[in-house]
Design a protein around this ligand. Structure first.
Ligand code: SF4
Length: 351
């Protein structure tokens, strides 16, 4: 057993575990400090796990992870990782996607109550009924959907490749696009497609990035660039508004995670407005500390993402919970819809 300054690793784990408070809205009581981080890394090694964190996680969760990225990039990293256990710090549909791409691995999420308002905006029953109305239509679903919805989907898409995915479908076939209405509207505008039906779903964080706010921020920071990260649903309204001309086009950069980090390193602007969930600012500031990154709306924070607290992650590693299960048939069908997307075009977003 490791002994540091007279304290064993077991003492540290026990003391931190005693601090975990379980409540109806999540786990709390543990501070994400250096001692916590060291303990997390020790437990990750002990489990032989890979620790993945989405870009919108709390900074201390991002800093302790093996990999940080968007949901699809992380799911693909999970599938390629030599470890048999994946600890996915993100929301539940993301951990499900990791599971459907890695069916033989154990996938853990620190709090399975971490949902997603966008994924919840269409249920399996609703999608089934919609398909019954348009039996010949091709179903395209954004990756922010549950595994069960992916299993009823013909082709998944990300914001980076939604236009290519829809354009790949023969022009005379009707398309059912779900669940994000802003991304759907953007795709319909770019493709000019009239036989595309769009589900009226949205992410609750959308409300925090509205057109007036976006245009107002652009006016009050006339020299700033605007980065829009489209990989999570929260940015698709900004994508739509930029296309509508709410912000001058030449200052708007629609970028995946990797593209956004590259652009941060390369930009000559001293200020950049960032229209996405505020967790992304942490990675951007690390990539380019000399640039002043400002949130278009600093209240654009996903409460589900923030349910993955230091206490939740500690409990996950100590107890091996919560494990994510997807039944094999749902996983097989969901995997096929993700793989069809990957075959069509660049899903975007890599690290
Ligand atoms: S930011 Fe929105 S789309 Fe992303 S996980 Fe949270 S609720 Fe879902």
């Amino acid at each position: 057993m490791t002994v540091l300054n007279g304290t064993t690793a077991g003492d540290v784990a026990g003391r931190l575990a005693d601090q975990i408070l379980a409540g109806p809205d999540g786990y709390s009581g543990v501070v994400g400090d250096a001692q916590w981080a060291a303990e997390i890394r020790r437990l990750v090694d002990q489990r032989g796990a890979t620790l993945l964190a989405h870009n919108y996680q709390l900074p201390e969760i991002q800093d302790v992870a093996d990999h940080v990225g968007d949901s699809l990039a992380l799911s693909r990293i999970a599938a390629d990782a030599p470890e048999d256990t994946i600890v996915f710090c993100g929301v539940h549909f993301m951990a499900e996607t990791a599971k459907i791409l890695s069916p033989d691995k154990t996938v853990l999420i620190p709090d399975q109550r971490a949902g997603c308002s966008l994924a919840d905006s269409i249920t399996v029953e609703e999608l089934r009924a919609w398909k019954d109305e348009y039996p010949d239509a091709v179903v395209v679903s954004y990756v922010n959907t549950t595994a069960a919805v992916k299993a009823l989907t013909d082709i998944c898409c990300t914001s980076a490749n939604a236009v290519d995915v829809v354009a790949s479908i023969p022009a005379d076939r009707e398309v059912l696009f779900c669940p994000d209405q802003f991304l759907g509207a953007h795709v319909r505008r770019v493709t000019g497609r009239t036989n595309m039906h769009i589900w009226a779903g949205e992410c609750h964080v959308h409300a925090g990035i509205n057109g007036d706010e976006l245009a107002g921020q652009a006016r009050s920071h006339p020299d700033a660039e605007l980065f829009v990260h489209p990989e999570c649903g929260c940015a698709t309204s900004a994508l739509y508004l930029a296309g509508e001309g709410a912000v001058p086009e030449e200052r708007v950069k629609i970028l995946s995670t990797g593209g956004m980090l590259d652009a941060a390193r390369e930009t000559r602007a001293s200020q950049v407005l960032v229209a996405t969930e505020i967790g992304m600012l942490h990675q951007l500031r690390r990539a380019a500390p000399e640039v002043d990154f400002l949130a278009v709306n600093d209240r654009a924070s996903c409460r589900y993402m923030k349910m993955i607290t230091p206490a939740a992650l500690l409990r996950c590693l100590i107890d091996g919970a919560d494990e994510v299960h997807v039944d094999p048939e749902t996983a097989r069908l969901g995997r096929a819809s993700v793989q069809r997307m990957i075959a069509i075009g660049q899903p975007g977003g890599g690290e």
